[in-house]
Design a protein around this ligand. Structure first.
Ligand code: COA
Ligand code: AMP
Length: 639
């Protein structure tokens, strides 16, 4: 029997009492004046008046309570053929020392620090070192190019950037330092220090005045016994800013606070994921994404569990058995990844033969998130792993699951294709365009009733206006998720599609609007459209359509190649922008709006209606033929 209904009702009855009770598991330097203050911030603030430190709760607290000798972090890196681990005592020491180095670089409470690093333990140390001194970290995913990093530098205005000489992508070494230098050159804001970790696979010349060698700085600090203590920060102070894609080229700086974030994440470890302190929890994501922030770094450590950092891929490092090796070798009890990773594994090893080579008896649950979990993938995982497969829905903005099947409270019946039910803190309604509530099985915008629970974004970095415009202005009393879907007669939530320009490529959130802005910069492009088309492995892939300026006579293939390179250079390889095609014209309404939705439906072989306001219907036939020629359309089913 699941305790879900009882716990959800408890929260509904008295949200403040529910969260105050949960907050008792956190160590506070000063208690809150109000559990929830509805009069501050954009929709209220949690635990106002309280003081705390997130790094203290993740590390020192566990050492003080006798967990010092337990492993806090295991690093497994098939790409460098190496492994390392740190106990809670060791990780506390490393973080306190690095925090001391940051203080010596002039970084203080409230200053921003960008972390642009591969999946190595020092990335987590960097995040926690910032948290320790009350600095605000902003981790930028390694797959973003220099211009993207520059945009974030200009928005966050960091005092320092922490980076490494290189990352390893399968067999490829990606030099980070040239990207870092280029980004700093492009940015208007000038960064005073860069601390660079030299990796032996490819070191970087540290030639600029602001460059410091990470290992040397840490060695010197250790020799001097330099360690920083934990600064008391307000529960409502920002812990980090994480940029995510919106509808334009300017990413949104999602702010996370200290107090509410700890309370919410601590609740999820036992009640949602069903993890006990001391167990090994593996989130196979990247610290550059929200899943990595919450479930590689913060939540497992807050809970006294052991977190696993994996520098590798689900396939090719060296094979589709990599995940099973890691699980059996490190006694992982729960794996959290994106469905795309399973689709990649399934493609290489459809019969799941490699699974049989490892003892996976330690594994209790597989958690999936980041994109819609298609029923076929879920069924494949259930069949081969023989453990419950739990889909859960969340966003960078929320920081934890909006809806899911709470293992810790007892599993509810599974319905494939649904991430199950709302978590305590989230009241989900399905609304039409005018904000009217829709009934069961009716499709609309999935909206969360305000206030958002602890852990969710209080605002966007330095931009309250954009926060209100993006999330709360259109549907008064609600936070709009920009996801469309429905709830069935049992209240199960179904998340079907985004209502904006955001697409999901291999579990990575990207903006087609941003890609269009970049494509439009090409000198020969008159106009363009970028859409997300369905892809068996990555979920969606971007496809670009370009109309050339009159008089351009160069080979179309050459221009297409240049446009692909442009997007890779400006946004980064993570955009996976490889499909672009020259078209004579784009389908538009009579008022000039490009019919992106119809183009996507054609490419995906979905049913589509001829838009009544279309300027010239023949253009859609042209697009269909072109997509067919590129093998990018299933069946045309115009009605
Ligand atoms: N640094 C530099 N480049 C990176 C990078 C990083 N940290 N991460 C990805 N890239 C590059 C890749 O090498 C690839 O480059 P290529 O075009 O030269 O091949 C490109 O960005 C696209 O990456 P990706 O979409 O991740 O494709 P992939 O083929 O490398 O891997 C999967 C596909 C499915 C195996 C991989 O995406 C995966 O494991 N996804 C798991 C999902 C996940 O982590 N989601 C996060 C939220 S839970
Ligand atoms: P991100 O902010 O990168 O975590 O991406 C959030 C978006 O990913 C959501 O708004 C959804 O569109 C999508 N998403 C995440 N998890 C799920 C899920 N379990 N089911 C369906 N879509 C999901």
């Amino acid at each position: 029997m699941s305790r879900y209904a009882e716990v959800y009702a408890d929260w509904q009855k008295d949200p403040e009492a529910f969260w105050a009770d949960t907050a008792r598991g956190i160590t506070w330097y000063k208690p809150w004046d109000r559990v929830f203050d509805p009069y501050s911030g954009q929709y209220g603030r949690w635990f106002s008046g309280a003081e705390c430190n997130t790094a203290y709760n993740c590390l020192d607290r566990h050492v003080e309570s006798g967990r010092g000798a337990q492993k806090a972090l295991i690093y497994d890196s098939p790409v460098t053929k190496s492994q390392r681990s740190y106990t809670y005592a060791e990780l506390t020491d490393e973080v306190a020392t690095l925090a001391g180095v940051l203080l010596d670089l002039g970084v203080g409470k409230g200053d921003r620090v960008i972390v642009y690093m591969p999946m190595i333990p020092e990335a987590v140390m960097a995040m926690l070192a910032c948290a320790r001194i009350g600095a605000v970290h902003s981790v930028v995913f390694g797959g973003f190019a220099a211009a993207e990093l520059a945009t974030r530098i200009d928005d966050a205005k960091p005092k320092a950037i922490l980076s490494a000489s290189c990352g390893i992508e399968g067999a490829r070494t990606v030099a980070y330092k040239p990207l870092l230098d280029k980004a700093i050159e492009l940015a208007a804001h000038k960064v005073t220090s860069t601390l660079v970790l030299q990796r032996p696979m490819e070191t970087a010349p540290l030639t600029v005045d602001r460059d410091f060698d990470w290992a040397e700085a840490v060695k010197l600090a250790k020799a001097r016994g330099r360690k920083a203590g934990c600064a008391a920060v307000a529960a409502t102070d920002p812990l980090y800013v994480l940029y995510t894609s919106g509808t334009t080229g300017q990413p949104k700086g999602v702010v996370r606070d200290n107090g509410g974030h700890m309370v919410a994440l601590a609740w999820t470890m036992r009640n949602f994921y069903g993890i006990e302190p001391g167990e090994v929890f593996w989130s196979a994501s990247d610290v550059g994404w929200v899943v990595g922030h919450s479930y590689i770094c913060y939540a497992p450590l807050l809970h006294g569990a052991t977190t696993l950092m994996y520098e590798g891929k689900p396939v090719g490092t060296p094979d589709a058995g990599a995940f099973w090796r890691v699980i059996s070798e490190h006694k992982v009890v729960a794996l959290f990844t994106a469905p795309t990773a399973f689709r990649a594994i399934k493609k290489e090893d459809p019969e799941g033969k490699l699974i049989g080579r490892y003892d996976l008896s330690c594994l209790r649950t597989l958690f999936l998130a980041g994109e819609r979990a298609d029923p076929e993938t879920i069924k494949w995982a259930e069949r081969h792993l023989k453990v419950p497969v739990v889909d859960h829905w969340w966003q960078t903005e929320t920081g934890w699951a909006i809806a899911g099947n709470p293992v810790g409270l007892g599993l509810l019946p599974v319905k494939h294709g649904s991430p199950t039910v709302p978590m305590p803190g989230f009241e989900i309604d399905v609304l039409d365009d005018k904000g009217n509530k829709l009934g069961p099985n009716q499709n609309g915008t999935l909206a969360i009733r305000l206030p958002m629970p602890p852990g969710c974004l209080p605002t966007l970095w330095g931009n309250d206006t954009r926060f209100r415009k993006s999330y709360i202005e259109d549907l008064p009393g609600y936070y709009s998720t920009s996801d469309a879907g429905y709830r069935d007669q049992d209240g199960y939530v179904y998340v079907m599609a985004r209502t904006d320009d955001v697409i999901n490529v291999a579990g990575h959130r990207l903006s087609t609007g941003q890609m269009e802005e970049v494509v439009a910069q090409h000198k020969d492009v008159a106009e363009c459209a970028v859409i997300g088309v369905a892809d068996d492995m990555k979920g969606q892939l971007p496809a670009g359509f370009i109309v050339l300026n009159a008089g351009v006579s160069r080979a179309e293939k050459e221009i297409e190649g240049e446009v692909v390179k442009l997007v890779r250079d400006v946004i980064g390889p993570v955009a996976a922008f490889k499909n672009v095609m020259v078209v004579k014209r784009l389908p538009k309404t009579r008022s000039g709006k490009i019919l992106r939705g119809t183009m996507r439906a054609i490419a995906d072989g979905e049913k589509w209606n001829m838009p009544a306001t279309i300027d010239d219907p023949v253009i859609l036939d042209e697009i269909t033929e072109l997509l067919k020629g590129r093998g990018m359309v299933a069946v045309k089913t115009a009605v």
